[in-house]
Design a protein around this ligand. Structure first.
Ligand code: HEC
Length: 170
């Protein structure tokens, strides 16, 4: 009987600790760090340092140039260039981010932001593989249109506020 009770207390303790762990993960991981006040146009504002903001926006302009490059290469039916252009901003590009920024930045980003963000890079890797394997530009353009729904969805939801920067919305 004593043994049984002891096990029950242990189970309860494990249960409580798991709940605390999940709550912590939800708080820091899923919610990430967004400003209390949304942007003036109603989007969630990520609180990033100026260096992190520069890095993200630089990545964004890189994505825009990539989309343009893929369309031109597809239009010229140069599927090798389609693949090279897409792969340059695949997941390998994310991993190449300076670790001192990548670590803290990824910790701050809400889970939905990461899902959409990593999703775009993974989709570009897939687009590159398919472009090489299938050499079918209609398929490439369809993939591009689909992955760009993630650009649209993310931009509709999030804005960036540099800490103390002019985009802080205050
Ligand atoms: C995970 C979220 C997310 C995804 C996915 C995403 N973006 Fe962005 N992007 C942002 C945010 C946030 C900003 C800053 C918007 C703001 O502060 O108003 C931004 C800004 C930009 C900018 C402006 C850059 C600058 O210098 O001001 C461009 C261009 C851009 N994105 C292109 C793209 C393209 C193209 C894609 C898809 C291939 C894409 N983005 C996918 C979140 C995302």
């Amino acid at each position: 009987m004593m043994q049984f009770l002891k096990t029950r207390w242990q189970l309860l303790l494990i249960g409580l600790l798991s709940m605390a762990l999940i709550a912590t993960l939800v708080f820091f991981g899923a919610l990430g760090r967004v400003a209390d006040k949304p942007s003036s146009d109603g989007r969630l504002r990520l609180l990033l340092t100026p260096a992190e903001r520069d890095l993200v926006l630089n990545e964004m302009r890189h994505l825009l140039a990539t989309v343009q490059g893929i369309i031109v290469a597809a239009q010229e039916n140069d599927m090798k260039r389609v693949a090279e252009t897409a792969r340059a901003v695949g997941m390998a590009d994310v991993r190449a981010m300076p670790p001192e920024i990548r670590g803290p930045l990824i910790g701050k980003l809400p889970i939905e932001f990461k899902r959409l963000g990593f999703g775009v890079h993974e989709d570009l890797d897939m687009l590159a593989l398919d472009a090489e394997a299938l050499r079918d530009r209609d398929h490439t353009l369809k993939q591009l249109a689909q992955l760009m729904q993630k650009c649209v969805a993310c931009h509709a939801t999030y804005a960036i506020a540099a800490e103390g920067g002019k985009n802080s919305g205050e």
